[in-house]
Design a protein around this ligand. Structure first.
Ligand code: PLP
Length: 376
C-alpha cells in the first residue's frame, strides 16, 4: 500500500519515470546480449557505452573508469577486498566506526584473514576528522576507506583533506559515496579519490545496480570471475536495462541538483520549525554539512521503534536508523560511535525527504509526531 508520505528516501527512492520508460525498451525489445557479435547486440552495446559516458560525466571521471556492479554492497566489497588481495597480509587498512556494514563486514572478513584493521572514531556530529587519521596512519597503511556521507545521520565528511593525508602516506583512498551521488556534487578529479562506490536505487534509479569508480592505473583485482565483461574486471552478462536506467536517473538528478537541494533545505527547515513550535524535546543528529533532506532526530525518553509503527499507522514511512538494521532493536553502531546521550538515543528516527516530497509532507509528519508524543 502506498503511504501518504514516503519519507525514507535514504533507504531507497522511487524510480525516475524516464529511466523506467527506457528500461522497458531494453527489457522487452532490445534485450540482446551486449557481448554477442551479431546486429541484435548493437543497440545494447551502444546503450552500455552511452550509460558509461553519462555516469562518468556526472562524477567527472573517464568512461573507462566506471565499472558496473550489482549495487553499493558489491562495490564496497570489491573496492576493499579487490585492492587488499594483492598485498602482504600484515598490511593495514584504516576505516571508520560509522561506515555502512558493507564496508565494516568486508574489513572484518579481512581482519579474520590476517589484515590489521583500524577503526577511526567519529565526533559527536559523526565527522571523521583529519587529525585522527593523521594519528593512526603509517607507512604500513595501504588503504583508507571513509564514506562521503553517512546513511544514518547524513554528515558529509572532509574527503579532500582525508585523501591528501592518505596519499601523503602512500595509501589508496576508497569512499562509499552511496548516499552522496545524485544528491550533492561529487567530483572524483577534485577530491582525488582512487575508488568510489555508488548505488542506483539511492538516486531514483533501479535496484540491484551500481558502479565502482576505479581511477586509471589503480591496482585492483576482480572479485567476480567468469566472462570477459567489464574489461575482464567484473564477469557476468550486463543488465543493460538497469545500467541505462541508472545512467538516466543519475543524469536527471544531476541536472536538477541545485533545485533539489534548495527544495529539500526548505522542507527540512519547515519540518524542524514545526517540531520547535510544538516544543518537542529532541536533538538534531549529524553535522551542519549534511545530505539535504536526511534528518535524524533523537527524542528524549521516546521509543524510536514505537514512533515508526505509530507513524506507519498514520500513513507515514520513516526509519529508526539504517535500513539494514531495521530488524535489530539495539542502538545502531553509528549512534553509539557518536555518543548520543542515553535518554535520547532510543528515541531516534530518521526522516529522509526526497525530491518528490513537499512542505505539506513535512508539516504532516511533524504534526503526526507531535500527536503521538502528546498521547504517549
Ligand atoms: N553504503 C551505504 C552508505 C548505504 O546507505 C547502503 C544502503 O543502504 C549501501 C552501502 C548498500 O547499498 P546497496 O543497497 O546498493 O547494496
Amino acid at each position: 500500500m502506498m503511504p501518504k508520505v514516503y519519507a525514507d528516501n535514504a533507504a531507497t527512492t522511487k524510480l525516475d519515470r524516464e529511466a523506467f520508460e527506457i528500461m522497458r525498451l531494453y527489457m522487452l525489445e532490445e534485450y540482446g546480449n551486449a557481448s554477442q557479435p551479431y546486429s541484435f547486440a548493437r543497440a545494447p552495446k551502444r546503450a552500455l557505452q552511452e550509460a558509461r559516458a553519462i555516469i562518468a560525466q556526472c562524477i567527472n571521471a573517464l568512461p573507462g573508469e566506471i565499472y558496473f556492479t550489482s549495487g553499493g554492497t558489491e562495490s564496497d566489497n570489491w573496492a576493499i577486498k579487490g585492492v587488499a588481495c594483492g598485498w602482504p597480509r600484515k598490511s593495514q587498512i584504516i576505516t571508520s566506526k560509522i561506515e555502512h556494514h558493507a564496508v565494516l563486514r568486508s574489513c572484518a572478513f579481512l581482519e579474520q584473514n590476517g589484515y590489521a584493521i583500524t577503526y577511526l572514531p567519529a565526533t559527536r556530529q559523526a565527522i571523521i576528522e583529519n587529525g585522527v587519521l593523521v594519528d593512526k596512519i603509517s607507512s604500513a597503511t595501504r588503504l583508507v576507506s571513509v564514506m562521503t556521507a553517512n546513511n544514518e545521520v547524513g554528515s558529509i565528511q572532509p574527503i579532500r583533506e582525508l585523501v591528501k593525508t592518505a596519499h601523503a602516506n602512500g595509501a589508496l583512498f576508497h569512499t562509499d559515496a552511496v548516499q552522496a551521488v545524485g544528491h550533492i556534487n561529487v567530483d572524483v578529479r577534485d577530491s582525488d579519490v582512487d575508488l568510489l562506490s555508488a548505488s542506483a536505487h539511492k538516486f531514483n534509479g533501479p535496484k540491484g545496480i551500481g558502479f565502482l569508480y576505479i581511477k586509471t592505473g589503480i591496482d585492483i583485482k576482480p572479485c567476480h570471475h567468469g566472462g570477459a565483461q567489464e574489461d575482464g574486471m567484473r564477469a557476468g552478462t550486463e543488465n543493460i536495462a538497469n545500467i541505462l536506467g541508472m545512467a538516466i536517473a543519475l543524469r536527471n538528478n544531476c541536472r536538477q541538483l541545485e533545485k533539489n537541494i534548495d527544495k529539500l533545505k526548505g522542507i527540512e527547515e519547515a519540518f524542524l520549525s514545526a517540531l520547535n513550535n510544538a516544543k518537542v524535546d529532541y536533538i538534531l543528529n549529524g553535522s551542519e554539512q549534511r545530505i539535504p533532506g536526511n534528518i535524524s532526530i533523537s527524542i528524549r525518553n521516546a521509543d524510536g521503534e514505537m514512533l515508526l509503527h505509530r507513524l506507519d499507522l498514520m500513513g507515514i514511512t520513516v526509519s529508526t536508523g539504517a535500513a539494514c538494521d531495521s530488524k535489530e532493536t539495539r542502538v545502531s553502531h553509528v549512534l553509539n560511535a557518536m555518543g548520543v546521550p542515553e535518554e535520547y538515543v532510543r528515541g531516534t528516527i530518521r526522516v529522509s525527504f526526497g525530491k518528490d516530497n513537499c512542505i505539506d509532507d513535512a508539516l504532516f509528519v511533524a504534526d503526526s509526531l507531535k500527536k503521538i508524543l502528546v498521547a504517549k
